[in-house]
Design a binder for this molecule. Sequence first.
Ligand SMILES: [Zn+2]
Length: 153
Amino acid sequence: MLPVRCPNCAGQFETEEANAGQYVPCPTCGFKSPVPGRRAAREAAATAKPSRKDLAAPTRPQGAATNGLGIVGLVCGIGGLLLGALPGGWTLFALLPAASGLIASALGVRAARHRGVSPLIGVIGLLCSFVALVWIAFRAWFYVKSQGTITAP
Ligand SMILES: [Zn+2]
């Protein structure tokens, strides 16, 4: 028996192998459906199973992509922390990666939640970026305050 998929109603039925390469009426809707040849039917059956895996597979790279956004956020957050730790008033240089880290990891967390992937990396990135931002803000405030005390007397 050969598997036939009706192009009209998408129903599946089987027909005699003698009908290979011909048209047989669909038992559901009566549409004359093309019967694949023996080779085509075998190839369809062979590709049918991997295609199911292919359908499941794209969810993993997508999940990796969302985790990738989280990783970008994490790296930016850590970068912001490290730049914020540098001596001197390079707060703007640290502010940029910290702010972009916050946005990237927030997007990563949102996308991960939307796709049911673990948003852990994005959450860590979010925390790192947030801590970096707070620290940079504190350093900037402290820098301005110390400048003020120096010029005041
Ligand atoms: Zn049909």
